[in-house]
Every structure is written in structure tokens, then in C-alpha cells.
Design a protein around this ligand. Structure first.
Ligand code: HGA
Length: 606
């Protein structure tokens, strides 16, 4: 959340800052702004709303300069208006910030007591004001920035630009990610490598507590103790930078349709031609743990709910699922017998990272399932398993969810094998089932026209219920979340059997009920729940296979026929029509699919 960028360049920097911010806009779009050194002097342009408003402003009111900083905001403190937009400036320093300064109230009171006036409602302004006070006291920019950093509590990534200092940027990281990019006689700072992709592939990540003093030709990095350190510079592969919509109207549509290929890519990496999961077997040991704790937020948390079914049935293991923001403060008992599995698309989710550190501090082992291989969560894990989904730009997670499910399924199979609950033949059968998933997803994608038709009716509703049993219950939760996120229709997911314990009171002809019920041992029970809804005039949207639809007796108002699946593949395949349903409802309602209101991706704040 919040994207920051800094450039010490050799060309006019404003358009390059805007290009970089475009690639960071998924992190926030409440406002955007840049500051540059025009003839050596700080100038700012800021605009409320999306980045396009800032680009339009720059056409009307351009700025010059070859050094600059930029920001795209997801507001935490202070309304999304122009005054609160970053960069914040006080005297001869401007700053962009991702994160929260937790002690800003006390610092603000301290400065106000000595006559400093504040312009904004943000926590960020305190950074600029503190730094300016140090500059006015005669400290150099580097000394002033260091003295400022020493006063701040909370999680943040920062970039400072100083009036009159054409060859200096100072960047700092405590809690929020920050990358340094090395160019030819140019130097860059960005919230992620993606932002810097068009400028350079040579990237180094600041570690926790680091700050960096940058000129066009040098980057001096200091650790939390102020010691000069070297951080490795990696050459990030070209494909990690591709973030174009191609022939699609939205990133979300592109990412939904990419699923057969990214799942195939992940299978190719992890599943050998002998159908063995050798890399998992070598790097993991499920015999050494008594208990698994699966920790994540949002959609990734629902992937964990599905995985619980798999670990229980395939490996007969005790599994707890935790919402990271609760787990981190609950002080749950954790010890060396605990294996923590942390799932995060960005690998930077602040709550998940804090939960990981809690488990590490209490002696547990750490496995992470992440999309960004260079992320903090990946770096702080004993074993990091990339899901290989490629950049996910749409704020509503789609391909990362199914790729997380695939990796979690492979983990559950590995656990079953290592713990002697699955024999070799059964493992091969399950691996074969997984290798069929790209084809099954392609079949599910072929339903798009039918889903779009169904969406015309669902999009009229104010409330929608999603029901599922077994591993389809978490899918019901995910289907409801996806619909809420991008179409703003209120939706709830329930275990089908829970309907009669309360939510059925909501059912009438205005409330569509989406039932996820592949044919199987529990199908008849789902049919009964469906009848209960129909008896109360509810409109059923039934997602099932040919057998299930044949048995349903044509009672559903809308049906979507999916390929037949088993318990291991079902949740991955049924995710597709749910994503498409949310997408087409959003299209019907004309909402902003890729950048839904109030949301942003890569949740680096609490
Ligand atoms: N607290 C700052 C930055 C917000 C942020 O990092 N969001 O993810 C603000 O509200 O502007």
C-alpha cells in the first residue's frame, strides 16, 4: 500500500516518475504527487484521485528537473485530498512515505509546542517537519535525516529529497519494503522492483532498519546500528516486470484467463515427469511437526481454509487456521513442534509478516507460500515456496489464489506421503489429478458467456449468499469476498448446513443464492439446502457438474455446468466461475474493476 519512487536521473524526471507510479498504482489511488528539483529548488505537484489527474495537471502545469520523488497514496491518516497528498514538504525537505508513524501525535505535540505549524492531517508531515527542524539547526541533510529516523516509531519506507541537493536521495526502510535500482549514471528507489523495471533490472532490497544515501553513481547502505553494509544486487529476470493488460480490458480479466498457463508453470516447476514432488520432499519434513498453523489474510486466508481439508484428509494432521492480524497479538502457544505456513501474494503483508516473526521467536519452523520471491516473508522463511503466478496487478486476487491452492495441495500430498498416510500409488493418482487442472480451468473459462448472462441478474441484487460444503465452503467465502470487493454488492459465504441457523432469514425473491455443489457424497445434502431456499422463493444459481445438474431436477434459476472434479481439484476449478461472476457483476455495475474503491494491494500497513 502506498507506492513510493525516487529518481536521480539524467533526463527530465517528471514523465519517468509518472511511468514508475503507474506501475505502483495498484498500491493506492487516493491521490498522487511528485516533487522535483527545478533549477535546484523543490517544486511539487499533487492531485487527488487517480494518477491520471496528476498527469493531466503536469500537462497544464509542468515541472522541470532531473531528480525527484513520487507517491501514490492509500490514505491511513487524513482524508484523501490534495493537502494530505504526498510528497510532504517542510522548508527545504520533501518526503514520501509508505506506512504509519505510530508516535506522530506526541511528536506533533512536541513540535507544535515550539511553534511549528502543520498543514495536513497526516502522520507523514511530522517526518518533514522534524527533518526541517534539524536542517534549520545547521545539520547536513544526511545528519538531519538520521536524527529524524531516530525519533520515529512504527512501520515505514521513506524517501527524502532536499532543496539545493541535486545529487542526493535518502531512503529508509523499517517495516515496509524498499528496493534500490542501479542505472547507468542514475540511481532509483521504489516500493518494488516492478516500478523500476523499465529503468533497470539491477535491484537491491534494503533490509529491516537500513537506510541508504544515494547519489547518481553510488549507494551507501547502513544497517539499523549505523554500520556500513553491503546488500546483494540481483539481476531480476525480465519476465518479472511484465505488467500489461494485452488484449484484455482489465488486469483482472487478463489474470483470470492466465490461470491455465500459470498453474501449468507451477506444476512444471514442482511436479517431476515421474509425478513426484521431489523438491517438496527434499526441503520439507512433515514428520518433525505435531501441528500446522496456517496464517494469512483475506483471499489467502481462504486458501488456507481449503488447505485444512486437504491436510486433514490426506495427512491426518491437526491444522489451525489463523487470521494474521488476530494471531499476532493473541500470544498463542507456539513451540518447536509447530510448523507455521504463511501465505501472502506480495510476501509483504504486514500482519502476516508479524505473525511469522512471532512463530520464529517462539521456536517454530517457517514455510511460506508467496508470489514475490524476493519479498520479506520469503527472505525470513526456512523454506519459501513461490507460487509462480507472475505479477498480479488487479487488486482483487485471482490467479494468486488458485496458484496458492495448488502449492498448498502439493504440500498436503507431501505431508501425507512423509507421514505414511498416502502410499506411492495414491500420491501418483493425486499428482495426476493435479496435472489435469490447467485443462479443467480452461473448460471452466469457456463458461464465461454463460456466467456473464447470469451476472446480469445477480448484479441487480443488493445482497447475495454463497453456500458450499466441505472444501467448497471456503470457496463460498471467497466467492462472496470477490463480489463485495469489486461490485460492492453485499455478499456472505456460509457452510450450506449453517443456512438454517440464521442466514435463511435473509432469503426472499430478491436474494440470489449461489450454491457450489460438485456431485459427490454430500451432494444430496446440498440439494436439500437448495430446496430450503427455493421453498422461500430464493433464486438459486447452481454451480455443479453434469451429474449434479441432472440430479437437481431443473430447479435452479441459473445453472453453470463445470467439469467433474474431485476433492483435491474442485476448489481450484470452482474458483474460476466465482471470479468471472464477480467480474461480470462489476462490469454490469460499471465499477472500477482493477482499482475498487477503498482498497489497495500489498497491505503493508496494519
Ligand atoms: N500514513 C500515510 C501513508 C499511508 C500508507 O502507507 N498507506 O499504505 C498516509 O496516510 O498518507
Amino acid at each position: 500500500m502506498c507506492g513510493i519512487v525516487g529518481i536521480l536521473g539524467r533526463h527530465q524526471v517528471a514523465p519517468i516518475l509518472i511511468e514508475a507510479l503507474k506501475r505502483l498504482e495498484y498500491r493506492g489511488y487516493d491521490s498522487a504527487g511528485i516533487a522535483t528539483l527545478d533549477d535546484g529548488h523543490l517544486v511539487r505537484r499533487r492531485s487527488v484521485g487517480k494518477l491520471v489527474n496528476l498527469s493531466d495537471l503536469l500537462v497544464r502545469d509542468p515541472v522541470r528537473g532531473e531528480s525527484g520523488i513520487g507517491h501514490t497514496r492509500w490514505a491511513t491518516h487524513g482524508r484523501p485530498n490534495e493537502t494530505n497528498a504526498h510528497p510532504h514538504q517542510a522548508g527545504s525537505v520533501a518526503v514520501v512515505h509508505n506506512g504509519i508513524i505510530e508516535n506522530f501525535r506526541e511528536l506533533r505535540a512536541e513540535l507544535e509546542a515550539t511553534g511549528t505549524g502543520f498543514e495536513t492531517e497526516t502522520d507523514t508531515e511530522i517526518i518533514a517537519q522534524l527533518c526541517n527542524r534539524e536542517l534549520k539547526a545547521g545539520r547536513s541533510p544526511v545528519e538531519a535525516a538520521r536524527a529524524t529516523l531516530a525519533r520515529l516509531r512504527g512501520a515505514f519506507a521513506l524517501c527524502f529529497l532536499f532543496d539545493g541537493e541535486r545529487d542526493l536521495l535518502i531512503a529508509a526502510r523499517r517495516g515496509s519494503p524498499l528496493a534500490i535500482g542501479y542505472g547507468e549514471g542514475e540511481m532509483y528507489v521504489g516500493s518494488d522492483a516492478l516500478a523500476l523495471g523499465p529503468m533497470t533490472h539491477r535491484i537491491c532490497y534494503l533490509e529491516e532498519g537500513d537506510h541508504a544515501i544515494l547519489t547518481r553513481t553510488s549507494a551507501e547502505i547502513f544497517d539499523a546500528d549505523g554500520q556500513r553494509v553491503e546488500r546483494p544486487i540481483a539481476d531480476i529476470p525480465q519476465e518479472n516486470f511484465h505488467a500489461e493488460k494485452g488484449r484484455f480490458r482489465h488486469f483482472m480479466a487478463k489474470e483470470i484467463h492466465e490461470q491455465p498457463s500459470v498453474i501449468a508453470q507451477s506444476l512444471q516447476r514442482y511436479l517431476g515427469s515421474d509425478l513426484r514432488l521431489s523438491e517438496f520432499e527434499e526441503r520439507l519434513d512433515f514428520t518433525a511437526c505435531e501441528r500446522i498453523v496456517l496464517v494469512a489474510c483475506g483471499t489467502a486466508n481462504y486458501a488456507c481454509h481449503v488447505a485444512k481439508y486437504w491436510f486433514e484428509t490426506l495427512a491426518r494432521m491437526n491444522v489451525e487456521i489463523e487470521i494474521a492480524s488476530e494471531f499476532r497479538y493473541r500470544e498463542p502457544p507456539v513451540g518447536p513442534e509447530t510448523l507455521g505456513i504463511f501465505v501472502s501474494q506480495s510476501g509483504e503483508t504486514a500482519d502476516t509478516l508479524a505473525a511469522l516473526r512471532y512463530v520464529r521467536a517462539h521456536g517454530g519452523r517457517i514455510v511460506s507460500v508467496i508470489n514475490v520471491e524476493t519479498s520479506t516473508i520469503a527472505r525470513e522463511s526456512d523454506v519459501a515456496l513461490p507460487i509462480l503466478a507472475g505479477p498480479e496487478i488487479g487488486v482483487a486476487s485471482t490467479k494468486a489464489f488458485t496458484c496458492q491452492l495448488l502449492v498448498l495441495a502439493m504440500l498436503a500430498i507431501t505431508a501425507g506421503r512423509q507421514r505414511g498416510k498416502l502410499d506411492a500409488a495414491e500420491c501418483t493418482r493425486l499428482a495426476e489429478a493435479l496435472s489435469g487442472v490447467p485443462g479443467l480451468i480452461a473448460q471452466a473459462l469457456a463458461l464465461e458467456e454463460d456466467v456473464a448472462e447470469t451476472a446480469k441478474s445477480v448484479a441487480r441484487a443488493r445482497d447475495v449468499l454463497f453456500l458450499g460444503r466441505g472444501p467448497m465452503f471456503p470457496l463460498a467465502l471467497e466467492g462472496a469476498l470477490k463480489l463485495k470487493e469489486i461490485s460492492y454488492i453485499h455478499a456472505e459465504g456460509y457452510a450450506s448446513g449453517e443456512l438454517k441457523h440464521g442466514p435463511i432469514a435473509l432469503v426472499d425473491q430478491e436474494v440470489p443464492v449461489v450454491v457450489l455443489a460438485p456431485y459427490g457424497p454430500l451432494f444430496e445434502k446440498s440439494l436439500s439446502n437448495m430446496e430450503e431456499v427455493i421453498a422461500r422463493s430464493g433464486e438459486i444459481v447452481l454451480l455443479s457438474d453434469a451429474n449434479g445438474l441432472a440430479m437437481s431436477g431443473g430447479k435452479a434459476a441459473h445453472t453453470l455446468e463445470l467439469p467433474s472434479v474431485e476433492a483435491l481439484t474442485g476448489p481450484i476449478v470452482y474458483a474460476i466461475p466465482l471470479q468471472l461472476l464477480a467480474y461480470h457483476c462489476a462490469i454490469q455495475k460499471g465499477t472500477d474493476v482493477d482499482q475498487p474503491r477503498n482498497l489497495a494491494k500489498s497491505v503493508t500497513v496494519e
